[in-house]
Design a protein around this ligand. Structure first.
Ligand SMILES: Cc1ncc(COP(=O)(O)O)c(C=O)c1O
Length: 483
C-alpha cells in the first residue's frame, strides 16, 4: 500500500527540492534569515563576511559564496569527523534505504537505542572500572542532557536544596542549565525564573568546595555540577589534582557529582572522559556534541542505576521525565556509528597527540605576538586563543563591547587567511579552534601555518582595528550590542 499522490500545487512556499537543487541564492538566504530568523546576528555575519551559506568541499574545508576556501576549525566541537563525513553519510543512506526500519520508536523498544545505551555504558565502565550497570537517558541537545542530569540528581536527593557549580561554567541556555551557567549576561532578564539555590564557587578551588559542603551540609546538596575543562570560557583547565579532589571531597560527604562532558567528552580533550582521566568518577555524566557525528542532535545522560531508579524506576514516577524525539532511530543510528568510528580510529589518542603539536605551535606564535595574543590554551583538539582587548576604537565602548569587537575582528582576520574559528560563549575575546578529530595531518599543519601567518600580519590588536574596524562594522557592533 502506498500513500495517495497529491497534485503538485504552485504556491508561495519554498519547495524542498528547490533548496536541495541550490535554487536559493546567498542573497535570498540572507534576506530570509534576516527577516524571519536571527536578524541582527545574520546581518553581523554578513558584514563580517563569515556567514556563508557554505558548501562542503571536503569534510574539513568549506567554500563560501565568494569562492573563498577555508579550513573549518569551527563546528563548536560537534564535528568529530568534519562536516558531512562520507563514512557516516554512506551508513545513514543504508539505514534510510531499508524501508522496514521504524524511525520513531518512542513507545516501543528500539534495536538502535538498545545498542547505543549498551555501548555508552560499556565505554564508561571500561574507562572508569565502575558504572557497569548504569543507565542512559537520551535527549536532543546538550542543554536537555543537563536538564535530565539535574532532575536525576534532585530525585536521588529529595531533601537537597542546593546545586553547587563553578565560575565561568557553561551548561546550556534552557532554564535549568542556565541556572547553573553563572554568566550575568546570559542569565540577565531570566534571573527571576531561575533556580536561586545555586552556590557558585571559584573553578579549581577544591578547598572552597570543602568549606561550602561543611557550611550547608552534604545532605542539603542536590549535586555538584562541573565541566572538567571550561570549554565556552575559552578552554580553561583546572589546576592539577582539582577534579580528583572534588571526587574525594564529594565521595566523603555523600554529595553527587555531575560531569558535563558535552564538549570535552568522547575524545575532544584527548580522553574518552576528561573527568575520569583526571581521577574523578562522576555519578552522572552528560554527552552530546560529537555523538551526533555533526549530522543529528543527540544528548545522552549516563546515570548510576541507583540514581536512575529514583526518577524513572517505578510506575508512579516513570512519566516524570521523557521527551518525544530522544532516542529516535536517526539519532541513535548516527550515534552508534559515530561512537564506532571514534573507537575504531582511537580518536582520543590521536586528539591528544595532534593536540600537543597544535598547542606547541600556538605557544610559539603567542611568544612572537604577545601584543595580539594574551595567552593560548589547549587540551587535545580543543584550542583557545585569547586576544588582547582592542585599543583605540573610534567609539567609547564599554569593556564587554570591546571584548566582543576584539573577538569579531580576530574571527574576520583569521577567516580571510583561510581558517574559520569558533566564538566562545563565556569568553568574548577567546576564539577557539575545534578541528575535526580526523583532520588529515597535512591540513592540520596548514591550518596552524595560516594561524601563524595571520598573527604575523596583525601582531597587535591595534593592527586588527586598523584593518578591520570599518565604520560599517562599528555601526553594526554598536547596534548589535548597545541598542
Ligand atoms: C559544556 C557544555 N554543556 C552544555 C552545552 C549545551 O549544549 P547545547 O548547545 O547542545 O544545548 C554546551 C554547548 O556548548 C557545552 O559546551
Amino acid at each position: 500500500m502506498t500513500a495517495p499522490k497529491l497534485p503538485a500545487v504552485s504556491s508561495d512556499f519554498i519547495r524542498a527540492d528547490d533548496v536541495l537543487g541550490g535554487k536559493l541564492s546567498a542573497a535570498k538566504v540572507y534576506e530570509l534569515e534576516e527577516r524571519h530568523g536571527q536578524g541582527k546576528l545574520m546581518r553581523l555575519l554578513e558584514v563580517v563576511g563569515v556567514g556563508g551559506p557554505f558548501r562542503v568541499v571536503t569534510p574539513w574545508e568549506l567554500d563560501d559564496p565568494e569562492g573563498r576556501r577555508v579550513i573549518n576549525a569551527s563546528g563548536y566541537a560537534a564535528l568529530p569527523f568534519g562536516d558531512n563525513p562520507p563514512e557516516l553519510n554512506a551508513f545513514l543512506r543504508r539505514v534510510l534505504e531499508d524501508p522496514t526500519q521504524i524511525m520513531f520508536a518512542q513507545q516501543s523498544t528500539s534495536t538502535w537505542r538498545a545498542a547505543l545505551e549498551a555501548n555508552l555504558v560499556r565505554l564508561l565502565a571500561r574507562e572508569s572500572g565502575d558504572h557497569h550497570d548504569s543507565k542512559v537517558f537520551f535527549s536532543n541537545s546538550g542543554t536537555e542532557a543537563v536538564e535530565a542530569g539535574i532532575k536525576f540528581a534532585q530525585a536521588a536527593r529529595p531533601k537537597g536544596k542546593y546545586l553547587i557549580n563553578f565560575t565561568r561554567a557553561y551548561h546550556g541556555k534552557t532554564l535549568g542549565s542556565l541556572a547553573v551557567t553563572p554568566n550575568p549576561n546570559l542569565q540577565g532578564p531570566f534571573k527571576n525564573i531561575l533556580n536561586p539555590a545555586v552556590i557558585t564557587l571559584p573553578f579549581g578551588d577544591a578547598a572552597a568546595l570543602e568549606r561550602a559542603i561543611k557550611r550547608v551540609g552534604g545532605g542539603n546538596i542536590i549535586a555538584v555540577i562541573l565541566e572538567p575543562i571550561l570549554g565556552e570560557a575559552g578552554v580553561r583547565l583546572p589546576p592539577p589534582g582539582f577534579l580528583k579532589r572534588v571526587g574525594e571531597v564529594c565521595g566523603k560527604a555523600g554529595v553527587l557529582v555531575i560531569a558535563d562532558e558535552i564538549q570535552t567528552g568522547l575524545g575532544r580533550s584527548g580522553h574518552w572522559f576528561q573527568s575520569v582521566a583526571d581521577g574523578l568518577i562522576p555519578d552522572i555524566l552528560m554527552l552530546a556534541k560529537p555523538l551526533g557525528g555533526g549530522m543529528v542532535p543527540v544528548g545522552a545522560t549516563i546515570v548510576r542505576h541507583e540514581i536512575y531508579k529514583t526518577l524513572l524506576g517505578s510506575i508512579e514516577t516513570v512519566k516524570r521525565h521523557s521527551n518525544t524525539f530522544g532516542g529516535n532511530t536517526l539519532a541513535m543510528a548516527v550515534g552508534l556509528k559515530s561512537l564506532e568510528l571514534l573507537l575504531d580510529g582511537d580518536y582520543p589518542a590521536r586528539s591528544r597527540r595532534l593536540g600537543e603539536r597544535g598547542l606547541a605551535r600556538l605557544q610559539a606564535i603567542q611568544k612572537r605576538t604577545p601584543e595580539l595574543l594574551e595567552d593560548v590554551r589547549g587540551a587535545g583538539m580543543l584550542f583557545g586563543m585569547n586576544f588582547r582587548p582592542l585599543a583605540a576604537l573610534p567609539f567609547k565602548f564599554q569593556a564587554d563591547l570591546i571584548s566582543e569587537a576584539t573577538g569579531i575582528m580576530a574571527l574576520l582576520a583569521f577567516y580571510r587567511s583561510g581558517v574559520l574559528l569558533n566564538f566562545s560563549l563565556n569568553a568574548a575575546r577567546t576564539m577557539r579552534l575545534t578541528p575535526a578529530m580526523n583532520m588529515p595531518e597535512e591540513l592540520f599543519d596548514t591550518m596552524f601555518d595560516r594561524v601563524e601567518r595571520t598573527a604575523a600580519a596583525y601582531p597587535s590588536s591595534f593592527k586588527l582595528v586598523q584593518r578591520y574596524g570599518t565604520p560599517e562594522l562599528m555601526k553594526l557592533l554598536k547596534a548589535a550590542f548597545l541598542e
